[in-house]
Design a protein around this ligand. Structure first.
Ligand code: FAD
Ligand code: NDP
Length: 515
């Protein structure tokens, strides 16, 4: 624990301070005066809240600033950041609603008296249920901050100097806070491509609170957000198309990505390949006409959609931070903050989460980075965030979870690898005779014994639940030998991982038959 700091809150409004002239400004910007806070975190999302709470647990005096700029369509939300409000949580709930719909339709095969045609969604009710749950999480965060005596300012933060932050709330009331240490955790926001008419489209910031059912929807983009949203929209009964300009899920194992997309197509999602939007226009009757670039040498005729969802990537939310003024270095191309061990180019300013260059944009990554940083700053700990070997799950209808190297990455890094694989049928798919052609597992391994597992890939029900434990095993040096020595849990999909025994090299049929 560092030597305690003597606190002396200014308790003055920014306008009062700056109204008093340059002398007072100098007083404010000098680093020798006592600080208001040990730590000010700008951004109350996954990373910022975790960091603030952890620091407060060590006895630090902490403030969190969180402010949501409305989306271009005017959508706003509460405390907790992207994950809670417009990311993981509402997405997973809508994914679950879609899975339930499919289960309901299949239920008659198990003897339930359900008429598949009568299974229909009430969009308003779904949005209300999701919004209510998100509201409870917003509230929970506020309560925890209060319990931990973290000051919460619902205000946008801008750095005036390396220790001084201007907090501006929605009524434009300005307050100045000062901090020994500043953590930037402002996350990112969806990117709007510079295409005429882009403003007619929505993004994931709007989808989960859409006041009307989305109807016929075009999801632009081929990665996590577009595929996940297209997956649940299809499952909820909406006519959904994905616009895939190049490969799906760039950076992921492409065999797995291909299976994810073909699985979606079999469940009814249409995929248009090789084009991107050229322009969007308002159509007669209120829809959006989308004109595409020619793809694969042919021109797809413009089509009208009720909703166009842009999911073409996210940009760091750093514009309001005043990084230039204090000299925090950012990446020229991405605009993300460059850090070394979470420290920016200014030595009392740190950055965590989605806003950081080269950090995977995932909630548990932001949380872990925030916690570890706080424990180093205030708890005397040494441990740094390890950004490698991070597991992740794509919550498409056939969920895909993985950790470690893709087959392509392993082949480019090693002379010899061994790939074990299996196509399997989840037991729960058998009775309703569901298509299981995307249910596939792949272990990418070193060739030499004991065949260390370098990458593990799983497509199937509850993929994230299956893979969490295996990702822990990977950290401890999981090998094919140790998989073989493990006893399966029957009847599960996860047991197919410990049963893997067919190599790709053998050319044998990897379809699992029997128990
Ligand atoms: P955020 O959670 O984005 O929080 C940043 C906060 O800072 C926001 O509240 C923002 O309004 C605020 N802010 C910005 N600028 C300022 C400022 N100047 N002053 C004050 N406040 C400011 N990850 C997963 O692990 N699993 C998933 O299933 C998953 N699903 C996702 C689904 C979608 C649709 C999206 C978009 C993302 C998903 N993610 C998922 C990613 C995950 O949401 C992010 O990685 C995570 O929220 C990043 O946390 P963060 O703390 O860096 O930023
Ligand atoms: P990504 O940056 O991952 O992908 C952007 C996609 O949009 C790519 O497929 C890209 O294609 C495509 N694209 C870009 N520009 C255009 C264009 N003009 N026309 C058509 N397509 C275009 O962004 P996402 O928004 O999907 O996700 C952002 C991050 O959020 C992810 O990286 C992930 O870390 C996180 N996330 C995590 C989730 C989870 O954990 N389950 C769920 C959702 C998000 P190309 O490859 O050709 O460039």
């Amino acid at each position: 624990m560092r030597a305690p700091i003597i606190f002396k809150p200014f308790g003055l409004k920014h306008s009062q301070l700056f109204g008093s002239g340059v002398k007072l400004f100098r007083y404010l910007t000098t680093t020798t005066v006592p600080q208001d806070y040990d730590l000010v975190v700008i951004g109350g999302g996954s990373g910022g809240l975790a960091c603030a709470k952890e620091a407060a647990g060590y006895g630090a005096k902490v403030a969190v600033l969180d402010f949501v700029t409305p989306s271009p369509h005017g959508t706003v939300w509460g405390l907790g950041g992207t994950c809670v409000n417009v990311g993981c949580i509402p997405k997973k709930l809508m994914h679950q609603a879609a899975l339930l719909g499919k289960d309901l339709k299949d239920a008659s095969a198990f003897g339930w008296n359900v008429k598949a045609k009568e299974v229909q969604l009430n969009w308003d009710q779904l949005v209300m249920a999701v919004t209510n749950h998100v509201g409870s999480l917003n509230w929970g965060h506020r309560i925890t901050l209060r319990d931990k005596q973290v000051t919460y300012l619902n205000a946008s933060g801008t750095l005036l100097d390396r220790h001084t932050i201007l907090a501006r709330d929605k009524k434009d009331t300005e307050t100045v806070v000062r901090a020994q240490t500043v953590v930037l955790a402002t996350g990112g926001r969806p990117r709007y491509p510079s295409v005429p008419g882009a403003e007619l489209a929505i993004t994931s910031d709007d989808l989960f609170r859409l006041r009307r059912p989305p109807g016929r929807t075009l999801c632009v983009g081929g990665s996590y957000v577009s595929l996940e949203c297209a997956g649940f929209l299809t499952g909820l009964g909406f006519d959904t198309t994905v616009l895939l300009r190049s490969i799906p899920l760039r950076g992921f194992d492409q065999q797995m990505a291909g299976l994810v997309v073909s699985g979606m197509e079999k469940l009814g999602t249409r995929v248009l390949r090789g084009s991107e939007p050229l322009r969007l226009e308002r159509a007669d009757g209120g829809g959006v006409r989308v004109v595409l670039t020619p793809g694969g040498g042919h021109q797809t005729p413009p089509e009208v959609y009720d909703t166009v969802l842009l999911a073409v990537g996210r940009d760091p939310d750093t514009a309001r931070l005043g990084l230039d003024r204090v000299g925090v270095e950012i990446h020229q191309k991405t605009g993300k903050i460059i850090t070394r061990d979470d420290r920016t180019s200014v030595d009392n300013i740190y950055a965590i989460g989605d806003t950081v260059q080269n950090a995977p944009e995932l909630t548990p990554v932001a949380i872990q980075a925030g916690r570890l940083l706080a424990s180093r700053l205030f708890g005397g700990a040494q441990l740094h965030m390890d950004y490698s070997g991070v597991p992740t799950t794509v919550f498409t209808p056939f969920e895909y979870s993985c950790v470690g190297l893709s087959e392509e990455q392993a082949r480019s890094q090693l002379d010899e690898i061994e790939v074990y694989h299996a196509f399997y049928r989840p037991l729960e798919y058998a009775v309703p005779n569901r298509d299981c052609s995307s249910c596939y597992i792949k272990a990418v391994c070193e060739r030499a014994a004991p065949q260390k597992v370098l990458g593990l890939h799983f497509i199937g029900p509850n993929a994230g639940e299956v893979m969490q434990g295996f990702s822990v095993a990977m950290r401890s040096g999981l090998t094919v030998e140790s998989l073989r020595q493990s006893v399966g849990i029957h009847p599960t999909c996860a047991e197919e991982v410990v049963k893997l025994n067919i190599t790709k090299r053998s050319g044998l049929d990897p379809t699992v038959t029997g128990c």
